[in-house]
Design a protein around this ligand. Structure first.
Ligand code: OGA
Ligand code: NI
Length: 353
């Protein structure tokens, strides 16, 4: 997917800009007035889904209720808080800690894992593709975790020492949740359980990417965004947030809402590929990240996508007379995503009929 990107310049780490205590943020981070940044917009009343109820294989009233809640939240705002997911608090603390420890390393140490200008992977920030591009107030560590032969271990930090082991273990646990949820979502839409799992193609070749996001405090939260509005190019995204620093906002019915923090819950959202597979029944939510003047924020987003060679498209049963086919079948949607992302264009529009 990186092959299609033109060569780029990498800007200075945002962490460094923040440390230089610049009262004035560089101009290329300032959003236009249309961005309508509202750091304190209303709080979203976000559904919590109890995954332990979804995992039982026998139908029960409690499971039916959870499935209908799942369908309702995914077709209205595209996301939910996953609770009772079976991953222990202690382990989630470890996962949060490996990201924090990495960004706390000296700059020279982090630069060893620096993203090369023509790649998306490694430590760095936005690819600068045009002079007028407005940059995000964030540094990232972006790593492919699957398929195995695409992993670039030279970009995986040696510090903290348990980085590799903890990340691998976390992805293994999320892989089980991904499958559980894909099946539950299919059932909630009255489809055959494997309708979406089957579109993943060869399981060992599914694409799983981890993105550690680091948002330093920002002197101008009303002018700058941590991440500009976007929808994810995934089927499902799993986001582990700081336990106590908010920042994520979701667009629902044309209005921005803050996503509340529920400690040890994992925020799950559907991405564009889920919107395609469900022929638009589920909405891939547009979201963004705001900054604050006081506290740094760390998050870990894990992106699940089918094998890039696998063809995906709307499930036949969801194409009806009332709901004609909205999207073309496609392969390597993630490639399309990166061609459009920095220009703020939605790749969904490219496959829309
Ligand atoms: C992302 C994302 C949100 C956050 O990485 O795609 O939307 O709160 N992150 O870090
Ligand atoms: Ni996102």
């Amino acid at each position: 997917m990186a092959e299609s990107l033109p060569p780029t310049k990498s800007p200075k780490p945002v962490q460094q800009l923040a440390a230089e205590a610049c009262k004035q943020v560089p101009e290329n981070y300032i959003q236009s007035k249309d961005a309508d940044i509202q750091p304190s917009c209303p709080l979203l009343d976000l559904a919590s889904i109890d995954l332990s109820l979804l995992s039982s294989s026998t139908p029960s009233p409690a499971r039916e209720k959870e499935l209908s809640k799942l369908r309702s939240t995914l077709s209205s705002c595209g996301c939910f808080q996953a609770i009772n997911h079976g991953i222990s608090d202690d382990f989630l603390d470890k996962v949060g800690e490996i990201g924090k420890s990495f960004f706390a390393l000296p700059m020279e140490e982090k630069q060893k894992y620096g993203r090369s200008p023509d790649d998306t992977e490694g430590y760095g920030n936005d690819s600068v593709l045009s002079e007028h591009q407005i940059l995000d107030w964030t540094d990232r560590l972006y790593l492919t975790v699957s398929p195995e032969e695409q992993i670039k271990y030279n970009l995986w930090p040696a510090n903290p020492e348990n980085f590799r082991e903890v990340l691998k273990e976390y992805i293994k646990k999320l892989t089980a949740l991904n499958e559980l949820l894909l099946k539950a979502i299919a059932l909630s839409l009255n489809l055959e359980e494997n309708s979406f799992v089957n579109q993943f193609g060869d399981r060992d070749r599914a694409s799983k990417v981890a993105r550690f996001n680091f948002y330093p405090p920002c002197p101008s939260p009303d002018l700058v965004l941590g991440v500009k509005p976007h929808a994810d190019g995934t089927v499902l995204t799993f986001l582990l947030q700081n336990k106590d620093v908010e920042g994520l906002q979701v667009l629902k019915d044309g209005q921005w809402f803050r996503v509340p923090i529920v400690p040890y819950a994992i925020v799950v959202n559907v991405g564009d590929q889920a919107e395609i597979m469900t022929n638009g029944v589920l909405k891939s939510p547009v979201h963004r990240v705001v900054t604050n003047t006081e506290r740094e924020r760390n998050t870990l987003a894990v992106f699940f996508c089918p094998d890039s060679n696998s063809e995906i498209g709307p499930v036949e049963k969801l194409i009806t007379e009332e709901r004609p086919r909205l999207y073309r079948n496609t392969r390597n949607f993630v490639g399309l995503f990166f061609q459009n992302y920095q220009q703020g264009k939605r790749p969904l529009d490219v496959v829309r009929i």
